[in-house]
Design a protein around this ligand. Structure first.
Ligand SMILES: Cc1cc2nc3c(=O)[nH]c(=O)nc-3n(C[C@H](O)[C@H](O)[C@H](O)COP(=O)(O)OP(=O)(O)OC[C@H]3O[C@@H](n4cnc5c(N)ncnc54)[C@H](O)[C@@H]3O)c2cc1C
Length: 412
């Protein structure tokens, strides 16, 4: 398994637990910083299967009960509480400090029997004819080490090792976004069950949006997402300056961050939305971001990393037992995974459609309220939930053409 993020650690844990010999190679030394801190409720089931629930319950990660939207002029919607829609312990999730969360998942893989090597970069995947047969490690001044494997799992995140190597990576041109983000200490936190709420705060004139995610150690993660033309290309070459300028222009953030320390490091991510035309081939499988990433809105990334890692582990285990690790057998989970990806993609496209509003969509289609909430919680694989997509796409087309006709800006 190449990469020890949530996807790689999940595949490694679930295979090692069933007695498969697993070697996981991670280029960094954990703990390391990573973005992607807000979980969605449906992560519960894979975390439960991994044996992580008790560990998370014992952690100091804030519990996330809700999501709340705040307009560009500071008007707050009522928080949407997941457990009120679906009263179950799986409906309350966590906001995670990824350095700690990813270390916990990697330790878990080790406890399940996987061998984990950190500070070990995979330099190449070895092929014989068209079959992946192992990896070559970075030499580090010594002679290059090669390791053979029945199956190579690409869990390299946005590096997408296999998709790049085999020219399978497909950018999503409808979702070309950039993000600027940082951790603040001492920012405002709500109290009680609202402490761990994710806030989605619209930028002035809906030119983008901020996430506001409370974390342990009195940290809050704040990120600004928008078109690269607005955030990067048109603003000089100082993303940190753009970030603080937009915070200053946003009343809801200005007040929440007024007593917070200025972060020492501001991060930038750009052009992060893509897919891959294949999820597996002879002797290899891709999982998590290595396979594709959509967009930060709706926090689908870690969920998809966990479930694709889980689906891949099941497919690999079945393939090893069958003695057939061909691409055809290893990619048996493709249809199911793609249905979930399509579901998220559709609601993300809706969010970015100029003039679109979920509130107004539901006024026209109140019967789809349950489906929409299910999707936002991550319940994306149930075929019934997908019944929302025909009316949703018709509604998007109608608001888009009206908005373009009257020249409005997008509204929330
Ligand atoms: C701006 C932004 C905001 C986001 N916010 C959220 C959010 O709020 N909630 C959410 O759920 N998701 C969010 N995401 C998505 C989330 O970060 C990812 O989906 C998630 O981290 C994917 O997990 P992964 O295991 O596939 O990849 P990663 O977590 O990226 O792990 C990949 C690992 O592979 C290692 N690696 C790479 N190359 C090699 C190599 N050659 N050899 C060895 N090791 C290698 C890396 O060091 C890394 O540790 C966000 C993403 C972005 C861009």
């Amino acid at each position: 398994v190449i990469g020890g993020g949530p996807a790689g650690a999940t595949t490694a844990s679930l295979l090692a637990r069933r007695g498969v010999d697993v070697l996981l190679l991670e280029k960094s030394a954990f703990p390391r910083f990573h973005i992607g801190e807000s979980l969605i409720p449906e992560t519960y089931w894979t975390l439960e299967r991994l044996g992580m629930i008790q560990k998370l319950e014992a952690s100091d990660f804030p519990r996330k009960y809700s999501v709340q939207f705040v307009s560009g002029n500071g008007k707050e919607s009522a928080p949407f509480y997941f457990h009120k829609f679906k009263p179950a312990k799986s409906s309350i999730t966590w906001q995670v400090l990824r350095s700690r969360f990813d270390s916990m998942l990697l330790d878990n893989a080790r406890e399940h029997g996987a061998e984990v090597r950190q500070s070990t970069r995979v330099r190449n995947v070895l092929f014989e004819e068209r079959r992946a047969v192992g990896v070559a490690l970075a030499a580090n001044g010594r002679s290059e080490e090669t390791i053979r494997a029945s199956v190579v799992v690409d869990a390299t995140g946005q590096s997408s090792f296999m998709a790049r190597k085999l020219d399978l990576k497909r950018p999503d041109r409808r979702l070309r976004k950039a993000a600027i983000f940082a951790h603040f200490r001492g920012a405002h936190r709500d109290s009680g069950i609202d402490e761990g709420a994710t806030l989605i705060i619209y930028v002035r004139e809906n030119l983008g949006w901020f996430w506001y995610i409370p974390l342990p150690d009195d940290l809050v993660s704040v990120g600004l997402v928008g078109d690269p033309g607005f955030l990067i290309a048109g603003r000089g070459d100082d993303p940190a300056k753009t970030f603080f300028e937009e915070i200053d222009l946003c009343p809801a953030l200005r007040s929440r961050l007024s007593k917070a320390d200025i972060p020492s490091k501001v991060h930038v991510a750009n052009d992060f939305s893509y897919g891959s035309s294949e999820i597996a081939g002879d002797g290899w499988v891709s999982v998590g971001d290595a396979l594709g990433f959509l967009d930060p809105i709706y926090s689908s990334g870690v969920f998809l990393a966990l479930v694709s890692g889980e689906m891949a582990a099941d497919a690999i285990y079945a393939a090893l037992r069958k003695g057939d690790t061909s691409g055809a057998v290893l990619s048996t989970f493709r249809g199911r995974l793609e249905s979930g990806l399509d579901a998220f993609r559709n609601i993300i496209y809706a969010f970015y459609t100029p003039g679109f509003s979920f509130k107004r969509f539901l006024e026209h289609h109140p019967d789809h309220h349950g489906n929409l909430v299910s999707l936002l919680m991550g319940d994306v694989f149930r075929p019934e939930v997908h019944e929302i997509f025909t009316p949703l796409s018709q509604y998007c087309e109608s608001v888009h053409s009206t908005t373009l006709a009257v020249g409005e800006r997008p509204v929330s």
